[in-house]
Every structure is written in structure tokens, then in C-alpha cells.
Design a protein around this ligand. Structure first.
Ligand code: ADP
Length: 321
């Protein structure tokens, strides 16, 4: 393998730049020619593929977002458009591709490999921590810290006004961001898609807290649970009291990547280049037990997620009383 390319795809996450930097610099150090593809698969289709030099890779390790830009590309779901995109790569002699993104981006990469023989490696880049085959995704830790900062601020005002406030956090279908935020932010209640916690139970929990003199309730709600505004209405009627809700939204996607995310991105990126050098088909990298590991890329949709979500959920229940 002599030429590889790097792209970011799907939702952006803090630490993607650290992954681009490490993959690019390490690949250059191994004598590879490195290309950048702009705007994910859209850029591959539109031939926005450029030679990456060391200068492009400098000064970005601490920057949120992605210098390669990201996009969603519906055409890539169609084989004829994937063929055009693949030809743009093959014409330049690019044999290997690093895709930094979520499992949707992995599916596109897998098809590119199967249909056109391009070796691919998927690096899990998403704040949602929703990729099977890795304990953590790049951006999750930074996002968690952004949420914790918001919780502290919201709690100040919640206490002053003795309010119940629901905080909706991202996560797609995963409750990890809400669960970790609840554990680390001292949340007083948690609604996540993986666990049934009826709103009636939450209302009882809140009433119990108020009876013993608690002045506020901070409830973490994962976006995968449904409309926070509907939950707000139902909870208010069960409590017979006002409830407020805050949707943190896109502020969760940005910001300076945490040290953890930068280290994770760097280690995964270096491993990805090593894998490409072995011409190994279609692979994803992950972290399990503080070791950087690999799985076939299809593990992201065929494998089983291992987590301590049930135990952690129980802990939040006990500590929020
Ligand atoms: P993420 O990678 O964060 O999960 P998406 O699911 O939006 O984000 O996927 C990003 C891009 O990956 C899509 O816009 C599309 O170009 C490509 N993609 C997603 N799913 C597939 C699929 N089943 N087949 C081919 N390409 C796909």
C-alpha cells in the first residue's frame, strides 16, 4: 500500500481533528502518500480529494469539529454513485481509506471495500458512544464534560427557584451520555431508552425528595426517550407543579477536545494506519479495557454491546433519592 485517504463522515465530534492529525502524520512517517477527502462521501463523489501535507495537519490537535468538514451523502446508499466515488479514489491510486464517523459511515465503508476492493478502517468518531465494539467513541468524554458544565449552571438556578428541571442530552438511541452525566453530575433522576423508568415512578421519586427538604431536581433525559416537552407536561401534571426543560442541543457537539479524547483519537488513528499497511480488508478499531483492539467492521451492526448500564442505572436510582 502506497497511498491512503482520510475522511470524516456523519455527525462531527470533538477529537476528530486529533485523529486526522495522528493518522496523517503517522502515515507520512511510514512513507505513505496521504490524501484528505472533504465532506465525507460527498467529497469522494465530487472528487474533493487533495494531497495532505504536514502543514495541513499542524495546529489542529486541540480544535473541535473537523478540518476535513463532514456531511451526509444520500447518493452513497446507491451502488452506481459508490462506483463513481470509488473510481475517483482508484484513479489516484488510493488503496486504503480511514473513515472517522459513526456506524452509518462504517456501512458505506464496508460496501466500498466489498464492491471496489478498497481497504477500509473505521475509527469511532461520535459524541453518542453508540458504536458496538468499543467502550468509548471519540468525542464522548468531551461532550460529557460540556453537559456537566451545563448541569452545574442549571442546578444553581434550579435550587434558587426550587424547580424541577429536565435536561435533554444527545445520544441518538443510546442513553450513555445521559447515564454518565447523571452519575458524574449528581443527577436526581434519569430517563434513557435502554431502561424502563415510567414517569409515574419519577414523579414519586421527586415527591419523596421534596418531602425530605430537597430544593431542586435535575433530571437527565436522553433524546432517544422521546419528546422532552411531552415528558415535561406529563410530569408537571403528576406533580401538580411547574416543570421546566432545557434542550442542550448542538452546544454538545463542539468545544476543545478533552485530553482523554485526544489520546484515544491518537492511539486509534495510529492503529488504523498499521492495519491499512497490512491490507486487511474492512476493519474497525476500538478500545476495550484500555487496549486498542480491532474487529471486522460489520461487528458494529452484528456484534453485541457490552456495558454496565443496568448496574449504573441502579446506582443513579439509589443516589438520587
Ligand atoms: P454516522 O456515520 O454518524 O452514523 P450517518 O448514519 O448519517 O452518520 O451516515 C453517514 C453517511 O454514511 C451517510 O450520509 C451515507 O453517505 C453513508 N451511509 C450510511 N449508511 C449507509 C449505508 N447503509 N450504505 C451506504 N452508505 C451509507
Amino acid at each position: 500500500m502506497k497511498k491512503i485517504a482520510i475522511l470524516t463522515s456523519g455527525g462531527d465530534s470533538p477529537g476528530m481533528n486529533a485523529a486526522i492529525r495522528a493518522a496523517g502524520k503517522y502515515a507520512l512517517s511510514q512513507g505513505l502518500i496521504v490524501y484528505g477527502v472533504q465532506r465525507g462521501y460527498s467529497g469522494m463523489l465530487n472528487n474533493d480529494i487533495f494531497l495532505m501535507d504536514d502543514c495541513f495537519l499542524s495546529g489542529i490537535v486541540d480544535k473541535g469539529g473537523t478540518k476535513l468538514l463532514t456531511a451526509r451523502c444520500l447518493e452513497f446508499l446507491e451502488p452506481e454513485f459508490r462506483a463513481i466515488a470509488a473510481q475517483n479514489m482508484i484513479k489516484k491510486g488510493i488503496e486504503g481509506l480511514i473513515v472517522i464517523g459513526g456506524d452509518g459511515s462504517y456501512r458505506g465503508a464496508d460496501l466500498l471495500s466489498k464492491e471496489h476492493g478498497i481497504h477500509v478502517v473505521g475509527i469511532p468518531g461520535t459524541i453518542d458512544n453508540d458504536i458496538i465494539g468499543t467502550d468509548y467513541t471519540i468525542g464522548f468524554d468531551t461532550c460529557l464534560n460540556t453537559i456537566l458544565d451545563a448541569i452545574s449552571k442549571i442546578r444553581d438556578t434550579a435550587t434558587s427557584h426550587e424547580r424541577t428541571i429536565l435536561i435533554e442530552v444527545m445520544g441518538h438511541n443510546s442513553g450513555d451520555l445521559a447515564l454518565y452525566s447523571c452519575l458524574a453530575g449528581g443527577g436526581d433522576g434519569l430517563l434513557i431508552p435502554e431502561m424502563k423508568n415510567p414517569i409515574e415512578m419519577l414523579a414519586l421519586q421527586i415527591k419523596g425528595r421534596r418531602k425530605i427538604g430537597k430544593l431542586h431536581d435535575i433530571i437527565l433525559v436522553a433524546e432517544g426517550v422521546g419528546s422532552v416537552h411531552e415528558i415535561e407536561k406529563k410530569l408537571a401534571s403528576l406533580l401538580g407543579a411547574e416543570v421546566r426543560s432545557v434542550v442542550l442541543g448542538h452546544v454538545q457537539r463542539g468545544g476543545t477536545p478533552s485530553g482523554f479524547d485526544r489520546v484515544l483519537a491518537t492511539r486509534m488513528a495510529v492503529k488504523s494506519v498499521d492495519i491499512l499497511l497490512q491490507n486487511s480488508g474492512s476493519v474497525m478499531v476500538g478500545i476495550e479495557g484500555n487496549r486498542i483492539i480491532t474487529h471486522p467492521i460489520s461487528f458494529a451492526w452484528e456484534g453485541k454491546k457490552t456495558s454496565s448500564i443496568y448496574e449504573d442505572f441502579e446506582i443513579t436510582n439509589i443516589l438520587s433519592k
